[in-house]
Design a protein around this ligand. Structure first.
Ligand code: MN
Ligand code: MN
Length: 298
């Protein structure tokens, strides 16, 4: 398969899972069940999860995934962001949906969806990232909400989720860049309430990990663990849940801790809205091509 066929296959699997998730009633389900069922079905369809399914509730904007025995249950008025990544031969489709059983949150969720649709509509080869950011901000403001200014979309590369370029969710000043042909980008507006801060800060929970250095450490057993992780995930993010086939939970936590302290592994903190207001997210991955733009997660 060439790179575009890989993207299209990954995108199809990711969007099928997103739409299935959108239609489901999650109230009463645990976050663990939601993550595990999506991750299992991705594999049944011939894809590989590109990162642990993110299940971020309410004022948590991003980067929470279920713990191995996570008993958190989705409640009636929760706002749940479900962010799904699928890769085929390293080519990643990244897409997200926000769900809630409470109709009070409909307009917040709609605002994120509208901003995403508007942004995708103007995104083609040579579109300026600053134009996308401006349109996202305007669309969100016009519906009475606020964009999260320190979260952004991003370019993607093979086995790399954040490949260096950011697609802003607000108007920016200074130099920008233009979208390139055959380069994948995730566009992902995050929206909060008008009285929110419009900024996220790092929380204390860190349960998504990724290798950032393969520099060996002195302890042979720890090195073996690092090699196991590299063989399994390369540079892609993973969760504790994903390594319990080989390591007992307490042991895995201890080894991860050592490698985080040695800066071999990065532990992503959850990101929380500055005034603890509800946050909604919508996300697609696009590949601008000469002539038209392929929205691979449509
Ligand atoms: Mn995502
Ligand atoms: Mn993304």
């Amino acid at each position: 398969m060439d790179f575009l066929e890989c993207y299209l296959k990954a995108g199809k699997i990711a969007s099928e899972q997103r739409e299935k998730t959108r239609r489901k009633d999650h109230v009463g389900s645990t976050l663990l069940t939601i993550c595990e069922s999506i991750e299992r079905e991705i594999q049944e369809k011939g894809g590989i999860p590109a990162f642990p399914v993110n299940v971020s509730l309410n004022d948590i904007a991003a980067h929470y995934t279920a713990e191995p025995n996570d008993e958190t249950i989705v409640r009636e008025n929760d706002v749940l962001k479900i962010d799904i990544g699928v890769h085929v031969e390293g080519y990643i489709a990244d897409t997200a949906v926000t769900v809630s059983n409470d109709p009070h949150h409909d307009s917040l969720i709609k605002s994120a969806e509208n901003a995403l649709n508007e942004a995708v509509r103007i995104s083609r080869v040579n579109t300026k990232a600053s134009e996308i950011g401006k349109l996202i901000e305007n669309t969100i403001s016009n519906t009475g909400f606020k964009p999260i200014q320190n979260l952004s979309g991003h370019s993607l590369a093979q086995y790399t989720i954040h490949a260096g370029k950011s697609i802003p969710n607000i108007r920016t000043i200074g130099s920008s860049f233009s979208l390139l042909s055959s380069q994948a980008y995730a566009i992902e507006p995050f929206v909060t309430m008008k009285d929110g801060q419009g900024v996220v800060f790092e929380g204390n929970i860190r349960n998504i990990f990724a290798i950032i250095s393969r520099k060996p450490v002195k302890d042979e057993f720890v090195n073996e663990f690092l090699t196991y992780l590299w063989n399994k995930f390369r540079t892609l993010p993973f969760a504790l849940r994903w390594i319990l086939d080989r390591y007992e939970e307490g042991e895995a936590r201890r080894l991860l801790d050592i490698l985080v302290k040695k800066r071999n592994i990065h532990a992503y903190p959850i990101l929380i809205e500055g005034k603890n207001k509800f946050v909604a997210q919508a996300e697609h991955t696009i590949v601008p091509l000469d002539g038209s733009t392929s929205v691979i997660t449509l």
